[in-house]
Ligand binder design. Structure first.
Ligand code: UD1
Length: 418
């Protein structure tokens, strides 16, 4: 059934997590538009385990230094999300030392943390890695450095930005990732007293210690926005998307226009009117911002599956981001592997069919929801729905607002699969 109505976009998960981590090296922080997600709850648990105060009421988070009670992130919390590594720099700055283990999170391939550790080493930290844990020491804080990243990693750039903000001396980050969530992190740190210029080279005048109080409103989630735009496209629907930032999603918007959708952007809203069953497929290459985001690839694979014609999709960021494909095929999609990192989607020209499928990660879950709502009849069951709660606030209510009935029930046995 075509979706129709209004959707209000939440704060960006991928901005909230590094900003909550950065708050560990600030005197205090007030964050508005903080999304209520299982990942932000995990971040809050990590902060409290350090002995800081962290309260989240509705969408406002308040974080404050407290009586320090630890400098370790438990294996359980590290295992829950990859962003636990983002706490390394701020915790080492605040406590002189942090102990963590290899982070978990969505399984999209190997996802090493070598670049984070190289950055921290270059900025003066001592690092001890054993089978079970990683110890990072910065007894005298960080020192500014010239950082050249071998790949524009979002997380490694954020680690360098945080360490640089607190470091003694200047830091230059060459060929950084330029994702808008990093710019939002810089704005947060600047509001706490840092001196960061965000751009093709990120320049930081380190303040040589802890930062002050920050007040910040977290930017809108561009991947949530893109997912609801795709919900309109895949069902031939019409949506008003509010509280968003169209200028941060230009590539995806242009692609949807090329596929036949009519889109009108306001300063903080997007209107989409999608054609009924006549989506033209377009070749997709995932790449660092401002090009097509890997976090939209599974959703666009579902869209390509209902389009008219063949479409090649190239995944250039995560070598393992293919686990949605067999699940989409179980819903009737016709997709074949083409090369190491490419696959071809033969569009059916109509919706997929309802089925019982299994999410393997957050965006896979989003793609399966889109596939399910493209079906003409029946209902689908998506196992491991917990993944979706990591990144989509109030998803069942928001879907209900646009005419889709969705229900979340906890798995009767076991816990969230990692
Ligand atoms: C962030 C986002 C995630 C998004 C990704 C790419 C957050 C919380 N998560 O993840 O949603 O999919 O950016 O836009 O913001 N790499 C290394 N060594 C490292 C770090 C990364 O080899 O130390 C590789 C990764 O395996 C991957 C590539 O670099 O192949 C990109 O990863 P990165 O940009 O760091 O992604 P994340 O920060 O993990």
């Amino acid at each position: 059934m075509p979706v129709s109505g209004e959707v209000f976009i939440s704060g960006a998960k991928n901005a909230a997590l590094p900003i909550m981590a950065a708050a560990v090296m600030c005197e205090s922080a007030g964050l508005e538009n903080c999304p209520r997600l299982s990942d932000t709850e995990t971040a809050a648990e990590i902060i409290r385990a350090f002995g800081l105060e962290c309260e989240i009421y509705k969408n406002t988070a308040k974080i404050k230094q407290g009586k320090k009670s630890g400098f370790a992130i438990s294996p359980e919390l590290c295992g829950k999300m990859r962003s636990s590594i983002l706490f390394a720099a701020p915790a080492a700055q605040n406590f002189g030392k942090v102990v963590l283990c290899a982070p978990g999170g969505c399984r999209l391939g190997e996802r090493p943390i070598d670049m984070h550790l190289e950055v921290l080493k270059k900025m003066g930290a001592e690092i001890f890695v054993s089978d079970k844990k990683i110890e990072i020491e910065a007894r005298h804080g960080f020192s500014g450095a010239d950082i050249k990243l071998k790949f524009p990693s979002v997380g490694a750039t954020e680690t360098a930005v945080m360490a640089g903000a607190a470091a003694k001396g200047r830091t230059h980050i060459h060929s950084p990732a330029l994702e808008p969530e990093i710019e939002d992190l810089c704005a947060f740190l600047n509001s706490a007293g840092a001196d960061i210029s965000f751009g093709e080279v990120i320049e930081i005048k380190g303040c040589g210690g802890m930062l002050g109080h920050a007040e910040h409103r977290i930017m809108p989630d561009r991947i949530e926005t893109g997912t609801y735009l795709t919900a309109a496209a895949i069902t031939g629907g019409e949506l008003f998307i509010r509280d968003t930032a169209p200028d941060k999603l230009e590539y995806v918007i242009k692609l949807l226009e090329d596929m036949g959708c009519i889109i009108k952007c306001g300063a903080d809203s997007i209107y989409i009117d999608a054609p009924k069953n006549t989506i033209n497929p377009k070749e997709i290459f995932t790449a660092p911002y401002p090009l097509f985001p890997t976090d939209m690839q599974p959703q666009f694979t579902a869209l390509a599956a209902v389009s008219h014609g063949d479409c090649k999709i190239h995944e250039n960021i995560f070598e393992g981001r293919y686990r949605h494909i067999p699940q989409l095929c179980a819903m009737g999609a016709d997709i074949e592997k083409y090369g190491e990192r490419e696959f071809i989607v033969h569009g059916l020209g109509h919706g997929l069919k309802s089925a019982a499928v299994e999410a393997s990660d957050l965006r896979c879950g989003a793609a399966l929801i889109l596939a399910a709502i493209s079906a003409k009849s029946g209902s689908s069951i998506i196992k491991n729905g917990e993944y979706v709660l990591r990144g989509y606030e109030d998803i069942c209510t928001k879907l209900a607002d646009i005419g889709i009935k969705a229900e979340y029930t906890e798995q009767p046995f076991g816990k969230t699969p990692v």
